[in-house]
Write a protein that binds this ligand. Structure first.
Ligand SMILES: Nc1nc2c(c(=O)[nH]1)N[C@H]1C(S)=C(S)[C@@H](COP(=O)(O)OP(=O)(O)OC[C@H]3O[C@@H](n4cnc5c(=O)[nH]c(N)nc54)[C@H](O)[C@@H]3O)O[C@H]1N2
Ligand SMILES: Nc1nc2c(c(=O)[nH]1)N[C@H]1C(S)=C(S)[C@@H](COP(=O)(O)OP(=O)(O)OC[C@H]3O[C@@H](n4cnc5c(=O)[nH]c(N)nc54)[C@H](O)[C@@H]3O)O[C@H]1N2
Ligand code: SF4
Ligand SMILES: [Mo]
Length: 703
């Protein structure tokens, strides 16, 4: 394998940029341009370019760690560590029943890992208590997409369609920082004469590219979308023929929208009526248009209704299920799409099947060689699961997430994790969550193992092993196999990713996310395949199914083929500002750090670019506080207090402050966030809570 160039994909975000890896003689790995992958055509952001730094033994775990009698983590052999985990989980199961054992996964895990983790929970542990960090990510968009279209695939079309549409409304996405190479599609859109509307309370690098920037008050996107729909109706811009032919439920949705007068919407959102009218004009005049959402409107306690309202706008104007038009969600994590399809979600079986559907249970149970009645039912959502730690749930196996930094109301979650009888964490580094564990297992990562991911386009991709992992680490699949063995299940947990994928193909066959026609060979030859991709019956078998880059062109995935309008109305956020907490906090990302920072905070170049947390605030707010640029500012919510330097800018609304969430410690944004959940998606309200600002006079204690 030495000195050969291996084409593969980035370990981080859902764009899954293609890159080439070459191992060098000194043990390091070189990243070079891979131009044959059409999404990024060789371009990478700084995170992707520097990703090999996290492969280095200098920053990662290379030995299992177990908690000693003195309470510290000390190196142990693999057998000792695995025995301890099987003992810990097994004891809880014996004493408190299977549902007292929890499993928490991640949208960064490959399809093979996510699939095996879900199977492990249901078959080996017999627990219903499994969920994953994707719940914190795109779950509201997924729920809204299921309701409206009968299927959830983030983008129903490839990114390459964007430059050829007429107008894109980009709602709460800062893709110039979160998916930099994707900015090209929007630049090309404008070069082709199309327009870009960005909806964001901040004038971000993305908003700077827009023809029209709407800056609503955080948490008011639902009213904004309804106000635009009101104007569409009032101005006679509804595509009546399309509505009659391809949708259902218009009358109720229309009635709900008509209650949202432009002036009323201006009062709620702060977006002036002329801007609302301009947005409607730009969106409705071209033949084709798209709405894309990301975490801004989705991470709200009304995220599902909010996305539903944006979908209503697309449906009323005939902009869905037609070429070069539609609604899409920009999924976030490397395998954010595939990770939500194959069973690590509380209510789900592989192939995006429902755990409470008897036919789905029979199909998957047969593939797994178990009795359908032995499969548990749906469990709790991610935050509810974390909140139940130490009470209903006594032991936890965690793989691919760092909730001490990334979960809402993080101090509470941290305390819940500490109250467990037993915590096992598999990670590549000693994350803040791994540091609390009773046992930590060091695992292999992207460049050291083969596996598939499914990008934000719904394109299934092959990540290839490019280097030999260091001594002392094992793959997540090997870990699950060893634990299954120790917990009495000797078969059904292969460690070869391709073997797992072959089983996943069968388990997903006939399901909404059907991968049965996809093989590793095809993925290697075709640069990815879009699902659904069923295996064709033998008589047609020479012709492989081509995959489905564009969904819904003939019909939506609902029983009658029609898309569903949702009748939604504006409602306030779960925590509106008041006299005591008068300012809104919103949270998000910066280009040089990834998520909880567990990986990127170990890369010098990225730390130099983004060394720590900050509080972005308007000069007027700063003046009231008496804070100058760089002064420490305390942000206080009902859940806690965080301190970070002020970053003063007119790019943010004067009623709002912004903090990135990548850091632990006293600047941890999630100390402040509100775990109020969306009733349908169970998404926490990361994007708004009420805070007050205080100047920092005395040193503050670390959280
Ligand atoms: N550099 C970097 N890139 C990443 C990641 C990372 O951590 N770092 N993570 C990946 C993952 S998992 C994800 S999910 C994606 C996320 O990608 P994005 O959704 O683009 O990222 P965010 O910064 O969370 O939020 C986007 C924007 O929403 C705005 N916003 C805040 N509140 C509201 C609101 O109420 N309404 C509206 N309309 N907008 C609002 C914020 O100001 C912010 O600019 O990025 C992926 N890429
Ligand atoms: N305030 C606020 N909080 C947020 C958000 C926000 O916008 N605002 N966004 C939310 C969103 S969208 C997301 S996606 C979450 C993400 O937050 P987290 O779930 O914490 O995501 P990561 O930091 O990517 O954590 C992944 C962990 O898995 C490890 N890892 C990487 N690869 C592997 C592997 O192959 N196997 C194993 N076992 N481990 C691996 C990494 O080292 C890291 O420790 O944060 C959420 N939290
Ligand atoms: S944009 Fe996303 S996939 Fe591309 S290099 Fe950056 S982190 Fe990696
Ligand atoms: Mo995410």
């Amino acid at each position: 394998m030495q000195n050969t160039v291996t084409p593969t994909h980035c370990p981080y975000c859902a764009l899954q940029c293609g890159m080439n890896l070459t191992p060098a003689a000194d043990g390091t790995v070189e990243v070079s341009e891979r131009t044959d992958f059409p999404v990024n055509r060789g371009a990478l952001c700084g995170k992707g370019r520097t990703a090999p730094a996290v492969l280095s033994s200098r920053v990662r775990l290379t030995s299992p760690l177990v908690r000693s009698d003195k309470g510290t983590l000390v190196p142990a052999t693999w057998d000792e560590a695995l025995d301890r985990i099987a003992g810990g989980l097994g004891r809880t199961r014996a004493e408190h029943g299977p549902d007292a054992v929890g499993v928490f996964g991640g949208g960064g895990l490959t399809n093979e890992k996510a699939y095996t983790l879900g199977k492990f929970a249901r078959v080996v542990l017999g627990t219903s208590q499994i969920d994953y960090n994707g719940r914190f990510c795109m779950s509201s968009a997924a729920a809204a997409g299921m309701k409206a279209f009968g299927l959830d695939r983030g983008l129903p079309f490839p990114l390459e369609d964007i430059p050829r549409t007429g107008c894109v409304i980009l709602v709460g996405s800062n893709l110039a920082e979160t998916m930099p190479p994707s900015l090209r599609f929007f630049t090309e859109l404008k070069e082709n004469g199309g327009t870009l509307i960005v909806v964001d309370p901040r004038r971000t690098r993305t908003a700077e590219q827009a023809d029209l920037h709407l800056a609503p008050r955080p948490g008011t996107d639902l009213a904004l979308a309804l106000g635009l729909l009101h104007l569409v109706v009032a101005e006679g811009r509804v595509d009546e023929e399309y509505v009659a032919g391809r949708t259902a439920g218009w009358e109720d949705a229309r009635a709900a929208a008509m209650a949202h007068w432009p002036e009323y919407v201006e009062r709620i959102t702060g977006v002036p009526v002329p801007q609302l009218r301009e947005a409607v004009r730009l969106f409705c005049e071209p033949e084709h248009a798209m709405v894309l959402t990301a975490r801004g409107p989705e991470q709200q306690s009304k995220g599902t209704d909010t996305v539903g309202a944006w979908i209503n706008l697309c449906l009323a104007t005939g902009q869905a299920g037609r070429p070069l038009s539609g609604y899409g969600c920009l999924t976030g994590q490397g395998n954010g799409q595939g990770g939500r399809e194959h069973g690590q979600k509380a209510d789900q079986l592989p192939g995006y099947r429902k755990l409470d559907d008897p036919a789905a249970r029979r199909h998957v149970a047969e593939v797994w060689g178990v009795d359908p009645d032995s499969l548990p039912g749906p469990g709790r959502s991610a935050y509810e699961l974390l909140d139940a730690l130490g009470t209903d749930i006594r032991s936890l196996l965690l793989m691919g997430s760092n909730p001490v930094v990334s979960a809402p109301h993080a101090a509470h979650v941290e305390e819940r994790l500490k109250s467990l009888d037993f915590l096992a964490v598999c990670d590549v580094v000693l994350s803040e969550t791994a540091a609390l564990a009773d046992v930590v297992l060091p695992v292999t990562q992207w460049a050291e193992e083969t596996g598939t991911t499914t990008s934000l386009e719904g394109r299934v991709l092959l990540r290839r092993r490019a280097i030999t992992p260091p001594d002392g680490v094992r793959s997540d699949l090997e870990v699950l196999r060893e634990l299954a063995d120790r917990l009495g299940v000797e078969k059904g947990f292969p460690t070869d990713p391709e073997e797992v994928f072959e089983e996943l193909r069968r388990a997903s066959a006939g399901g909404p996310a059907d991968y049965s026609g996809i093989t590793y060979r095809r993925l290697a030859e075709e640069n990815g395949v879009f699902w659904p991709c069923p295996q064709l019956p033998p008589q047609e078998a020479e012709e492989a199914h081509p995959g489905t880059p564009r969904l819904f062109l003939d019909r939506f995935a609902t029983p009658d083929g029609r898309a569903r309008f949702v009748p939604v109305s504006h409602r306030p956020t779960a925590e509106e500002p008041d006299a005591e907490y008068p300012v809104l906090l919103t949270t998000g990302r910066v280009v040089a750090q990834y998520q909880s920072g567990a990986q990127t905070r170990r890369v010098d170049e990225l730390n130099a670019a983004a060394p720590g947390p900050f509080v972005e605030l308007h000069p007027r707010l700063a003046a009231r506080l008496g804070a100058a640029e760089g002064d420490p500012v305390a942000v206080v919510s009902r859940r806690g207090r965080a301190v970070a330097p002020a970053r003063i800018t007119t790019a943010i609304r004067p009623d709002t402050v912004f903090m990135p969430f990548h850091w632990p410690g006293e600047g941890r944004a999630n100390t402040l966030t509100n775990p109020a959940l969306d009733p349908t998606s169970r998404m926490p309200e990361f994007k708004t809570c009420a805070v007050r600002l205080e100047p920092v006079t005395a040193p503050v204690k670390n959280s």
